[in-house]
Design a protein around this ligand. Structure first.
Ligand SMILES: [Zn+2]
Length: 350
């Protein structure tokens, strides 16, 4: 670990290309993706399950496959019904935009693990108005060296308005607000772009084909690259500084459509930042889970305390023990830990 840290610097940023021309690279990748998708959709042998199919016009002679239930098998009418159910469920979860914290919380454990192990950094490279482009390294098995992640900050105009204090304060506020996201990797394309489209948090081209093979249950929301970017948006000072620069510039020009660019030197410094300084996705997840459990436990304790004691001392002690055991099982703690929290909560209540 120590050896890895000391190498931080030029080696750690070797994945980062020249920033000049990287916007064109991102546009070219998006155009190629859109063109491939268009061609696949128009092919007579298309295996895309589109909205009309999902609605019930699917022709069984097409013999499309699904993995719903775990195994590859031909698609049936009851699958379509399950898909319609999954779509309604996913749609009810998102109200237009998604917060960085939600992206992390709704992600799959395997994507989080990959973000932690493989994607150790993300750099804000450029912004035009609300749209910020980040770059991340690609994973070890990838054909490319880096990916572009687009984050559209939906409350940018409000942050720029001046209602939230100076640039830095406004940036702090903005990064916790709803956003839209996009990545140029295959995971995003085949697993998540569809979910983002129906959930209204997709920052790029709409995907209308149901992911019947890769992700028929519509689980998860984002790839490892987006997860690393979300962890940065949530907790990194360099993202706040970048957003503050954007907001300050918009105010100075009296125009929200301004652009900000990171220099090559700045980007390399950010890319070479030791990994330990980036708050891990998994760690922040666990911390929040613990905070939530503690809060729930404290609420339960307060409720229990509010009830007037009506039994003799021995019975009351027995009841406390039983309650502690029940709460312990519920919160995955030992009865002793529960009693300690109860004691603390009752002290705070006085
Ligand atoms: Zn990705």
């Amino acid at each position: 670990m120590a050896a890895r840290k000391s190498r931080a610097g030029s080696a750690a940023s070797s994945w980062l290309p020249k920033l000049r021309g990287s916007a064109a690279d991102q546009k070219a990748r998006a155009a190629a993706d859109a063109e491939q998708r268009r061609a696949e959709g128009q092919s007579p042998k298309s295996i895309i399950l589109n909205a009309k199919d999902v609605q019930g016009e699917y022709d069984a002679q097409r013999m499309l496959m699904t993995t719903l239930g775990g195994e590859v098998r031909p698609l049936t009418n009851s699958d379509l019904e399950a898909f319609r159910h999954n779509i309604r469920q996913a749609q009810s979860r998102y109200k237009g935009g998604i917060r960085a914290r939600q992206v992390i919380e709704l992600s799959r454990a395997d994507d989080r693990a990959r973000a932690n192990e493989q994607i150790r950094t993300a750099v804000p490279v450029s912004a035009y108005g609300s749209r910020v482009r980040f770059m991340t390294p690609a994973g070890p098995d990838s054909k490319v060296t880096h990916h572009h992640v687009i984050v559209d900050f939906l409350s940018y105009a409000s942050a720029a308005s001046g209602a939230r204090g100076d640039g830095k304060k406004s940036a702090e506020w903005l990064r916790r607000e709803p956003l839209r996201i996009e990545c140029d990797c295959g995971r995003w394309r085949y697993w998540y772009r569809y979910i983002a489209t129906i959930g209204k948090f997709n920052a790029g081209r709409d995907e209308t084909g149901y992911p019947k093979i890769r992700n028929p249950s519509l689980h998860g929301v984002a790839c490892k690259h987006i997860l690393r970017v979300m962890a940065e948006v949530e907790s990194s000072g360099s993202v706040v500084a970048f957003l503050a620069r954007l907001i300050d510039k918009a105010r100075a020009r009296d125009d929200n459509k301004v652009s900000v660019q990171t220099t090559q030197e700045e980007a390399e410094k950010l890319a070479g930042k030791p990994a330990s300084r980036v708050r891990d996705v998994e760690t922040s997840m666990r911390q929040r889970q613990r905070d939530r459990e503690k809060a729930a436990l404290a609420r339960a304790a307060k409720k229990a305390e509010a009830k007037p004691p009506k039994t003799v001392a021995a019975a009351s002690r027995r009841a406390t023990k039983t309650a502690a055991a029940t709460l312990a099982a519920q919160f995955n703690l030992s009865p002793e830990q529960v009693l300690a929290v109860l004691a603390k909560a009752s002290q705070q209540g006085k």
